[in-house]
Design a protein around this ligand. Sequence first.
Ligand code: ZN
Length: 246
Amino acid sequence: MAKRILSGIAAVVLLILCMMFEKNTIRETMSDVERCKTEQKKTAYITFDDGPSCLTKQYLDILEREGVKATFFVIGSQITEDMENIIKREIEDGHEIGIHTYTHDAGKMYSCKEKCMEEIEKTGYMLEEKFGYKAKVMRFPWGSSNNYVKNFKSQVVNDLKKQGLEYADWNVSAEDSVGCPTVDSIMKNIKKDCYKYNEPVILMHDSCVNKKTLESLEKVINELKSNGYGFDVLSNRKESCHFCGD
Ligand SMILES: [Zn+2]
């Protein structure tokens, strides 16, 4: 009789242990799924160089309609009076403004370290004075590893840091300002590299000659959305995007 009671108790204990184990396993599996979901969060950073331009308003309309935030690297000398409302709208719509020098003229801005800093600072002051906007990022025209800037790049980067400015390159290029781009070539170039990264930084251009960029923007956004990407402004990226990982 006692033997039967004991084996009964043992069976109940075993059953309880099994239930506890199963519950823990399920909980662990769930948390693993949750963890993976957070780890795989994908954010695309669309960046437009060379604006403001005669097309910027149309870019902004598309971005607004799609609920997408982007980063505009602007050329100071192009912020003429008739462009001021465009810059204001970029800020009001929650996009980021970055500095892309004042003239974008290699002979001037890359003639020496001092001239390069002068052009960056001039555009920075302009954004602060006219719009009360303090830029956090800048992009070297043709990227940070171009031949013009290589002799004094590290000095410029140090000076930028002192001013709270970070430079930003890209890891995906739409190649929309070379040769004769088409909507297809832009899409192909973006798809070629974009999916290698959870946080792609995409180089596109905002200038009057880049009509194909404007034509492809909605398609680019939808392509990224359907592949699970969200969008944000560049200074919210966890790490700065630099060529060669430096
Ligand atoms: Zn440029």
